[in-house]
Design a protein. Sequence first.
Length: 106
Amino acid sequence: MNRIKSGLPPTHPGELLREVVLPALGIAKSQAAADLQISRNHLHAVLRETAPVSPDLAVKLGKFCGNGPEIWMNLQTRYDLWEANKRLGPVLGSIPRRQPIDAAKS
């Protein structure tokens, strides 16, 4: 089931790391932080979903997991856009949608 179509928020990359990746690898969070060359505090903030996956971290995670950085950036982008739409919802209704002027009609 597509989470967005179902109305559920997209998965934060930290949730995927916390619930799927690290358990599958069978390593401690402190070891993962060391392997990724980031602080434990930084990794814990991502795992708590209070910090985003930056492009630098996405590249590191892509190497660490062997799946490339794009998946990590795509997860973060989807999550960020969901949050922005939720936060800006009331304002978006007052922004007009503009269409380009059709030069052929002029």
